[in-house]
Design a protein around this ligand. Structure first.
Ligand code: DGL
Length: 275
């Protein structure tokens, strides 16, 4: 075992939503330390072009990897995973890097019985066809229907997780995917955006019990554990409190974090970094 084993795991997101993935990582890897990096100065990534997202991700992760001694990087942002994962892997070969799309796709492939999977995501992830490619890489026969749901991102950040308006917006987006109710209707729905697990209850109440809702955060955390085992990188040291690095002023991040974690963040653990 080397000193690298006791280094933290880096978790990168465009902003606040990756806290859903961090939460799952905390549960799955209770003895590990984490540093969370949020590019809050340039959020949202979901409406930006692939080139811009790739450039942002490369720049901010480069700085992160150089300045913080991390042993692995989890790209918690679906949009960054869709546009920039292969670039990040090529650029930073010294540490294992995991995105959230392959774990989400793998879980959906396992769950579907009728071979029709629906995916909801940001505009950028939807346009990239990254989930479709990942799912069909596992099984070419599976049909994938993707729907961009851009409005759900600010809705979650406002803390509107339930209620009539949220229910109506969710229905508006999901109705085209589930308008038929027969054997060809998707039986699995992937929440392909960091923010959507917070709407799980609302989404499940619309799609009903026959549709399995897949949250890529949980599956990504399980794959992170496998990745660490594979690279012999599990920690043996006492865990450190998670450090949060943000590229915009910390205030909004601290306030909004409560919605995602269900508890307030310790302000002293949140630091501003310049990009
Ligand atoms: N983190 C992004 C994702 O999972 C959503 C927020 C954004 O658009 O930056 O795609």
């Amino acid at each position: 075992m080397s000193t690298l084993n006791n280094a933290p795991i880096g978790v990168f997101d465009s902003g606040i939503g990756g806290l859903t993935v961090l939460n799952a990582l905390w549960q799955t890897l209770p003895q590990e330390s984490f540093v969370y990096l949020a590019d809050t100065a340039r959020i949202p990534y979901g409406t930006k072009s692939p080139e811009t997202v790739c450039q942002y991700a490369k720049q901010v992760c480069g700085q992160f990897i150089r300045q913080h001694h991390i042993k692995a990087l989890v790209v918690a942002c679906n949009t960054a995973s869709a546009h920039a994962l292969s670039t990040l892997k090529n650029e930073f070969k010294d540490i294992p890097i995991l995105g959230v799309i392959i774990p989400g796709a793998a879980a959906a492939v396992k769950a579907t019985c009728n071979q029709h999977i629906a995916v909801i995501a940001t505009e950028g992830t939807a346009r990239s066809h990254a989930y479709e490619e990942a799912i069909q890489h596992f099984n070419q026969a599976i049909r994938v229907t993707t729907q961009a749901c851009s409005l759900l991102v600010p809705l979650v950040e406002e803390g509107w997780l339930e209620g009539e308006i949220t229910q109506r917006i969710v229905e508006q987006y999901l109705q085209p995917l589930f308008k038929t109710q027969d054997v060809t209707t998707p039986d699995t729905l992937v929440l392909g955006c960091t923010h959507f697990p917070l709407l799980k209850r609302c989404i499940e109440s619309y799609v009903g019990k026959n549709v399995q809702v897949i949250d890529s955060a949980t599956t990504a955390a399980a794959q992170t554990l496998s990745l660490l085992q594979e690279h012999d990188l599990l920690s043996s040291a006492p865990k450190q409190e998670t450090l949060f690095l943000v590229t915009d002023s910390p205030q909004r991040f601290i306030t909004t974090a409560n919605i995602f974690l269900g508890k307030p963040l310790d302000e002293n653990r949140v630091r501003h970094i310049s990009v």
